[in-house]
Design a protein around this ligand. Structure first.
Ligand SMILES: Nc1nc2c(ncn2[C@@H]2O[C@H](COP(=O)(O)OP(=O)(O)OP(=O)(O)O)[C@@H](O)[C@H]2O)c(=O)[nH]1
Length: 671
């Protein structure tokens, strides 16, 4: 009894039980291919189709394994002729699937040599374009298909033909696109299970799968991975529509999924011997590895360039620059690296931008929306500002693409680095009509006369994964740089404040202890000194004296020469007296034109001597604009054990008044 499953006729397929003892189903051509002499209606066992020894070997080699380690070759002798076959077996659920293909006499040794040479060349390729070019040429030389193309998928699963080798009558496809609908998910999944799909002849009559006596209910699933499965009728029609009869395709698996497919097409039926097919698979596998390596290197170089562009981690520590200066210095490099026409640094308290950027109002709105809708640390981007829900309502003329990177400034605040790209109108050539196309135009004059042409507007160039990664790196460095700058600014402020505080303290000290006019000690300070001296005198009996003096007829000086000159007299006198004192004696202004000299370690005679010396000194004062002699009257009080500051000053004051009454310009000693 036949199942609904059909197979391609270029080989035979057997379905065995898990023990490989029982034949459950077989392709209708299995008997004619393997045992032309045997009547299929006879006993149906693996041994009668494969021979006892071979079926035993399959059973032994598959024992405990999912699939055979490699194909088994064997020879069949029939009616005086001998024919070579290749067998491959693998498990599926409770069954074992055996695929048998005839081996044509192609010199395997020559093939290995050719393949090795091509492999070496692929391994040396340094550019993606060269690599793919070598790959399609190598495959075309091996299989002889009319057209060998590499179709690369974009992020929307549209395919673009990026390399091609032509050898026959089919039309070239290089540069054309295939819509994502041509690669439905089921098709992509099947490439994940089985990376090679061979259709030797689309027109070939498919061979039915027949149930053996035991019956076999789940044939569909079992042959899903089989090389021999017949193409679905939709696939058949698709290939026919492209004028293709023979097809071989091999998946190129990238690190994040299907990178692309190598597609070999021929206008006529095109058998591909198993050895050639395996060689092609090896070449594609090798080229894919090389491709990934080249791309990884390219991405690493790009990331390094972005890192270098900032390179400020170190520089920053020596000479931190503010966000504005940073952007001004780096913008040109960044715009080139990110192929953008505007860059903006949005900080909570300022916005810095270079190039074509939206108005600040629109950016504030965008930042607000991003902060709500995009709380993660990763970058956010769009290449279609007018269509993206976050930007559609914002006034952002000149922009089609935005890449925004959050910069964590603190736990609750983020800054944003944003790059802007303009619209990039692009003409896409579709090999098949894409379902997304709104206004297809069939361009008859074009050499790709069968291609559908689509004008893409309103979109910017796409933001590549590596660009988004690089932007993240940049964002991290920038966050560091801004933080370093803020810290250095804060330190500067702190230093300035510390200095201002020290100055203020010094001023305060000056005000608290010094007379602002004469710069000698003020009354408060001299009182402190007298008090300290009294303590010392009481404790150690060290004698000291107070000399209280007052300028004679000072009112007259003021009245005659004016207050300013009066001030000059006070200042000159104070300086002169202070300069003449011992280091341990102190001069202070007691009030108005009265001064006190605190003479430490002084007995009466020394104190009187000092008073006389000062009195004389004052008479020698020369003050500009004053044409009379300045004199002072001095009252001297020498410490007595019962003295307080008050009594000493009072006594000195009395003595001074005595001197005034005695005719001025004299020294009197207090009793
Ligand atoms: N220019 C100036 N004058 C001052 C200052 N402090 C006090 N005076 C003046 O000093 C004068 C003191 O005058 P009086 O107390 O009458 O004493 P006198 O004129 O010096 O006379 P005798 O002390 O009796 O010799 C007053 O006119 C005050 O205004 C000051 O800082 N600058």
């Amino acid at each position: 009894m036949s199942t609904n499953v059909t197979l391609q006729p270029f080989g035979a397929l057997l379905v065995l039980d898990a023990e490989c003892r029982e034949l459950q189903a077989y392709s209708d051509n299995a008997f004619s291919l393997l045992t032309p002499a045997l009547n299929p209606s006879g006993v149906a066992s693996p041994a009668c189709l494969l021979g006892k020894r071979l079926s035993q070997r399959v059973r032994l080699e598959l024992n405990g394994h999912q699939r055979l380690p490699g194909p088994l070759a064997f020879t069949r002798h029939c009616q005086g002729k001998s024919e070579r076959f290749q067998l491959f077996a693998y498990r599926h659920a409770e069954h074992v699937i055996v695929e048998v293909e005839p081996l044509n006499p192609l010199g395997k040794r020559r093939l290995i040599g050719t393949v090795n040479e091509r492999l070496m060349r692929l391994a040396e390729a340094t550019h993606q374009e060269d690599l793919l070019e070598m790959l399609v040429n190598a495959i075309q030389a091996l299989t002889g298909h009319d057209r060998v193309s590499v179709c690369h998928f974009d992020s929307d699963w549209h395919g673009l033909v990026v390399a091609e080798a032509m050898g026959g009558s089919l039309a070239p496809l290089l540069g054309q696109r295939f819509p994502a609908s041509d690669f439905p998910i089921s098709l992509r999944r099947s490439y994940e299970r089985q990376s090679v799909r061979l259709i030797q002849d689309v027109e070939a009559m498919p061979v039915p799968l027949k149930e053996a006596s035991g019956g076999y209910p789940s044939a569909d699933a079992a042959i899903r991975e089989s090389l021999l499965r017949a193409p679905a009728s939709s696939r058949q029609r698709y290939l026919q529509r492209m004028g293709v009869r023979g097809s071989l395709s091999i998946a190129m698996h990238g690190d994040t999924g299907l990178w692309g497919i190598v597609v070999c097409h021929s206008a006529a039926a095109h058998p591909v011997p198993p050895a050639v097919r395996d060689a092609v698979r090896t070449l594609v596998h090798m080229a894919t590895q090389r491709l990934l390596l080249l791309r990884a290197r390219q991405e690493a170089r790009y990331l390094q360039r972005v890192q270098d562009s900032l390179g400020l981690a170190e520089a920053m520590r020596d000479e931190p620059r503010g966000p504005h200066a940073l952007l001004a210095a780096q913008a040109e490099t960044w715009l080139a690296l990110f192929r953008a026409h505007g860059v903006m640094l949005w900080l909570p308290d300022a916005v810095h931008s270079v190039g074509h950027t939206p108005a600040v109002g629109a950016i504030h709105q965008l930042v607000e929306r991003l902060n709500t809708a995009h709380p993660h640390r990763g970058p956010w981007c769009t290449r279609e500002v007018s269509q993206d829900p976050l930007t559609a309502q914002l006034d952002m003329p000149q922009q089609s693409g935005v890449l925004a990177i959050p910069l964590p400034m603190s736990r609750h605040q983020r800054a944003w680095l944003m790059f802007f790209r303009p619209e990039q109108t692009e003409t896409l050539y579709w090999a098949m009509q894409p379902t997304s196309m709104l206004t297809p135009t069939l361009s008859a004059s074009d050499s790709r006369s069968t291609a559908w042409q689509e004008e893409v507007v309103g979109k910017s160039e796409a933001w590549q994964r590596v660009e988004r990664l690089a932007a993240m790196d940049l964002g991290e460095d920038l966050t560091l740089a801004i933080a370093a700058y803020e810290i250095s600014t804060l330190n500067q402020h702190l230093e300035q404040e510390r200095k201002a505080l020290a100055d203020a303290n010094q001023r305060l000290e000056q005000l608290a202890h010094f007379d602002p006019l004469t710069q000698v000690w003020n009354r408060y300070r001299i009182e402190q000194a007298i008090a300290a001296e009294l303590v010392a005198a009481k404790r150690y009996g060290t004698c000291f004296a107070l000399l209280l003096f007052d300028i004679d007829d000072f009112k007259q000086i003021n009245d005659t020469y004016g207050h300013t000159l009066g001030d000059d007299v006070l200042v000159s006198m104070a300086r002169r007296i202070e300069a003449s004192l011992r280091g341990c004696d102190h001069l202070g202004r007691w009030g108005g034109e009265e001064f006190i000299v605190l003479a430490t370690h002084s007995e009466l005679s020394a104190a009187v001597g000092l008073a006389e010396r000062l009195r004389e000194l004052v008479t020698m004062l020369n003050v500009d604009g004053l044409d009379k002699t300045v004199t002072i009257s001095v009252g001297v009080a020498v410490w007595q054990p019962e003295d307080s500051a008050k009594t000493m000053v009072t006594r000195a004051d009395s003595a001074m008044y005595q001197a005034k009454h005695g005719g001025r310009n004299r020294v009197e000693v207090a009793r």
